[in-house]
Ligand binder design. Sequence first.
Ligand SMILES: [Ca+2]
Ligand SMILES: [Ca+2]
Ligand SMILES: [Ca+2]
Ligand SMILES: [Ca+2]
Length: 215
Amino acid sequence: MGAPEDDAENTDGGTAYLVLGGSDHAGLISAHSRLRGTTTTALMGAAVCGPGDLDGDGLSDLVVGAPGADEGENNNGAAYVYLGTVEGDLEDTDAWATLYGEDGGDRAGDALAGPGDFNGDGSADLVIGAQRQGGVLAYAGAAYVVLGPVTGKMGLGSAHARLQGQSAYAFSGAAVAPAGDPDWDGRQDLLVGAPGQETSGTAGGGAWLVLASGM
Ligand SMILES: [Ca+2]
Ligand SMILES: [Ca+2]
Ligand SMILES: [Ca+2]
Ligand SMILES: [Ca+2]
C-alpha cells in the first residue's frame, strides 16, 4: 500500500506500508513494515509491486516506486527492491537494489509491474514505467524490462529492453501491466499504456501489447 505524499520523514517523501494478510481491519500504524523515502518529494510508494522472487533466494520480494527520487539526477526517479524478509522501518537507502531513471525528470517508478518470468530463464522480472522520459522525443515516455536477478544500483539505460514512446507527449509507460499470454507461446506478455499517444492527429491515447517473444 503506497502513500507517496506521506510526510513522516520529509515533505512528500512518501511511505509504502507492508500489511500482512489475516487481519480484517488493521490500521497502518500497525503495519508490519514501513518503507520510507528519505528525500523531499521522493513520492515513495507512488507504485508498489510484488513481482515474485527478484534475487533468486526463493522468497517473494517487494518493489516500491519513488518517481521523485534524485538518484544522481533531479527527479530521475527510482524503483527500490526489498527482499522478502522485510521487517520494521526501512528507508530507500536500505534497498537491496536500486533501479534508477536514465535522465533527470524521467520520473521512473511512477508505474511498476511484475510480469513473472518474461524471458523464460526461471527468474522473475520487473517492468518499470517512466512516463516523462524524453531522451528521444519530449515526454514520449518509456517502459523498461529489467531481468532478474537484480542487485546493487543499475541505471535503466542498462535494462534488458527499453520500450520507447512513439510520439512526443505520448507519456508511454504511465501504466504497465502483465497481459497474460495472449499469443499462447508460454511466455508472459506485457501491456504498456500511452495516454497521450496521437491517434489520427489527436491525443486519444493507446496501449501497446508487447509480446515477450519480440524481445
Ligand atoms: Ca527473493
Ligand atoms: Ca526529487
Ligand atoms: Ca526472467
Ligand atoms: Ca506470450
